[in-house]
Design a protein around this ligand. Structure first.
Ligand code: B4P
Length: 197
């Protein structure tokens, strides 16, 4: 199955992605992790994207689509995958669906799981992670988090509209509770969907 995990910064996309990987064996493709990897390795790409990431801005669609297209072409994505933090703009969503349709198989994305939580919950999680990791992520500050939330509202939320219009199967999950209860709700829904599909 081709699953998109969608939601604001700090809602727990990465956390839930790992549960799905464990449960279904699908690889999780996190554009945030891939870009941070490039920054840590100090590659040319890493040097280009670092200032944008530090400021909570989006990396260009062209760069992100290039990374995703290469990754989706690998063997382990043949039977399904989970996208975490991508697509983050309507341009990326259009690009993704073009890549999937050109790749043969069964066409575009199968479903979008929308993780939702209030702003105070999101800010609290980012503050907690920053304390836990000794500020390891340069974008886990109150100031950059404000910017990430604005960027999400401006550029990423319209992606939901794109998939609604496309008639993609969408599941909304309230994420104020425990990691386990959220994972259970998602897996129950996916199990039903797999049974039907
Ligand atoms: P990401 O790495 O994707 O960061 P994010 O969306 O801000 O999610 P984050 O990792 O903070 O939160 P998560 O929900 O997993 O992107 C970073 C940057 O990379 C972007 O700002 C952008 O510059 C660039 N980028 C990435 N993808 C891009 C794209 N497609 N296009 C352009 N630019 C792109 O987890 C949050 C925390 O909450 C975790 O510490 C977790 O342990 C905790 N948590 C999770 N669930 C919980 C629960 N139920 N209860 C308590 N804590 C929980």
């Amino acid at each position: 199955m081709k699953v998109i995990l969608f939601g604001p910064p700090g809602v727990g996309k990465g956390t839930q992605g790992l549960w799905l990987q464990e449960r279904y064996g699908w690889p999780v493709l996190s554009t945030g992790d891939m870009l941070r990897g490039a920054v840590e390795e100090g590659t040319e790409l890493g040097l280009r994207v670092k200032p944008l990431m530090d400021g909570g801005q989006l990396v260009s669609d062209e760069i992100v689509l290039g990374i995703i297209e290469e990754r989706l072409g690998r063997e382990d994505c043949r039977d399904g995958f989970v996208l975490d933090g991508f697509p983050r703009s309507v341009g990326q969503a259009e690009g993704l669906e073009r890549i999937l349709e050109a790749g043969g198989g069964s066409g575009g994305s199968d479903c979008l799981i929308v993780l939702e939580a209030g702003e105070e919950v999101l800010k609290g999680r980012i503050r907690f992670r920053s304390e836990e990791t000794g500020g390891a992520r340069s974008d886990d500050t109150d100031e950059v988090m404000r910017e990430r939330l604005e960027v999400y509202a401006r550029h990423t939320l319209p992606v939901l509209d794109f998939y609604e219009k496309r008639g993609t199967d969408i599941k909304r999950v309230e994420c104020g509770g425990s990691v386990e209860s959220i994972a259970e709700e998602i897996c129950t829904w996916l199990d039903k969907k797999k049974g039907v599909g």
